[in-house]
Design a protein around this ligand. Structure first.
Ligand code: UN1
Length: 512
């Protein structure tokens, strides 16, 4: 395994990659800044940045609103040319942006690159969509009348994103919003501000090439609630799309509802896989290990619970444990690493506390669970993904801990497995490994998985952009990305046109 970079090497690498992406660190950094950009790889400080004040935030939102007034008048297929330019720049800089994601968020190289690919994919989707913002034509009950729907641009979209998908989730929202005629104000996680600056710089370049107003996308930096609140409470921001914890959603959703704003919440997940008697275990083990240990357990779609039939549970546990013991944990910048670091000390504290709680509930740690590389990288937090056998689905199993802990539960009756599966507050993603058609269809049917995403013979993570992404219950109910998720980013107008010389009223009402 390649050695860790020294602090100086990583600082230089960051400066170089940012430069190639169009961000001069010296121009954006402020020595007295109150925000600290760090690398999850080593935990070292990379730069200090200044948070926006609420007054600055209000000015940025206002500028985005002014840009919206112009952007909404540009024909949608012309707006699509902006995301095409953006996709071209992303292709050109895929390696650079992927590397920056790895440096800042600690994702392994292929996952950093995968995130940028997800951005390119959504831009292509949005480009096609820019010619397909279809409304319906509806038969009128009145003679000489026609009814139709139109979809119009909505306004400024506020995007609040998390550290774990620092670039892709913003792009899902932004690519759709831009072709829908909206402008975007983005509050990224304060843990991943450098990747946000790089995205913003690339989009500004694309806007310049496409002749679009630069203010159609802006960044708001901050770590507390002040800057986020400016977005959440602004009547100039008709839609807030927020990714993060259920607690964050519970704080902001009532504020948005109070002003009748729209809210796309992509909040906590507690995703499970049911592994049945007939499952192809080779496939199941691979799917489980990627979904549970990949991204160091820091996806909202991460697999957190395996519900295994009692006849195969021991073999499955042994095979997952064996796979876990040989997973290379280390610097995400090294080519052979599969598990990078947790984002910070707080994430590690939650990992350790959850394992203690699981043990207190009678759980047995079957693999992993320990911190590693503390001597090499004392300010970073690397752990071995944990597999924990649980006697029951206790409170800690029903809680989302944003770290690589996989709880193993057993079942004997399929209906019980389904009940266990749905007996958590969250409802994002889910999966079943089975070769039994009846079980698979039951799982996908109305009495099956209650999640927004349900898969057969693949794990719950790693969704493609073409489908609508989001979930039910405490996950928040929003949908982003593909399918018809774009409709949340537009307002619908129903039009009735009378081309006759009469004025018949609907429902047969007579009036002068
Ligand atoms: C997230 O973790 O917030 O389905 C998004 C997946 C990715 C997106 C995850 N395409 O795992």
């Amino acid at each position: 395994m390649a050695a860790f970079p020294t602090a100086d090497e990583l600082a230089r690498q960051t400066r170089d990659v940012l430069g190639r992406l169009g961000v001069r660190l010296d121009d954006v950094a402020a020595a007295d800044g109150d925000l600290v950009a760090r690398s999850a790889v080593t935990g070292q400080e990379l730069a200090r940045l200044r948070a926006h004040t609420p007054a600055e935030a209000a000015g940025i939102i206002d500028a985005a609103h002014q840009a919206f007034l112009r952007w909404r008048a540009v024909p949608a297929p012309v707006r699509g040319q902006l995301v095409r330019e953006f996709a071209d720049l992303l292709r050109e800089h895929k390696a650079d942006l992927g590397e920056l994601v790895s440096i800042e968020a600690g994702k392994i190289r292929s996952e950093g690159l995968g995130e940028v690919q997800e951005m390119i994919d959504i831009c292509e989707f949005a480009l096609g969509l820019s010619r397909q913002l279809y409304g319906l034509t509806i038969a009128s009950e009145r003679p000489g009348h026609r009814m139709m729907e139109q979809w119009h641009p909505l306004g400024v979209v506020g995007v609040i994103s998390a550290f774990n998908f620092p670039v892709a989730v913003w792009s899902w929202n932004t690519a759709l919003a831009l072709v829908c005629g909206d402008t975007v104000v983005w509050k990224p996680s304060h843990k991943t501000m450098l990747t946000a600056l790089a995205c913003q710089a690339l989009l500004a370049r694309a806007a310049a090439k496409a002749g679009a107003p630069e203010a159609l996308s802006a960044l708001l930096l901050g770590s507390g609630s002040a800057v986020g609140n400016a977005l959440v409470e602004s009547p100039r921001v008709p839609l807030i799309s927020a990714t993060g914890s259920t607690r964050m959603g519970q704080t902001i959703a009532p504020k948005i509802a109070a002003r009748f704003g729209r809210f796309i919440g992509e909040l906590g997940g507690n995703n499970a896989a049911i592994v049945t008697e007939s499952a192809d275990l080779d496939l199941a083990v691979r799917g489980i290990v990627f979904s549970a240990a990949g991204t160091a357990g820091q996806r909202c779609t991460t697999l957190r619970r395996v519900i295994a039939h009692e006849s195969i549970a021991d073999e499955l546990a042994a095979r997952i444990a064996a796979a876990y013991s040989s997973l290379p944990v280390g610097s995400p910048l090294a080519d052979d690493t599969l598990v990078g670091p947790l984002i910070d000390a707080a994430a590690h504290a939650e990992f350790a506390a959850a394992l203690d709680a699981a043990r207190a509930d009678g759980g047995e740690v079957l693999a992993g669970g320990e911190r590693v590389l503390a001597d090499t990288a004392p300010d970073a937090y690397y752990v071995r993904p944990a597999l924990v056998g649980m006697p029951a689905q206790t409170a800690i199993v029903r809680t989302e801990t944003f770290a690589p802990i996989l709880y193993l539960l057993r079942y004997s009756d399929f209906d019980d497995a389904l009940a266990l599966h749905n007996a958590v507050p969250q409802g994002l993603s889910s999966s079943i490994f089975t070769l039994n058609l009846r079980e698979a269809e039951l799982f996908l049917g109305p009495q099956g998985s209650d999640c927004g995403i349900a898969n057969v013979n693949i794990g719950p993570s790693g969704a493609e952009i073409g489908g609508a992404f989001g979930g039910e219950k405490e996950t928040g109910g929003g949908r982003e990305s593909g399918s018809d998720a774009w409709k949340a980013y537009m307002r619908r107008a129903t039009n009735t046109i009378n081309y006759s010389t009469e004025l018949p009223l609907a429902q047969g009402v007579e009036f002068v």
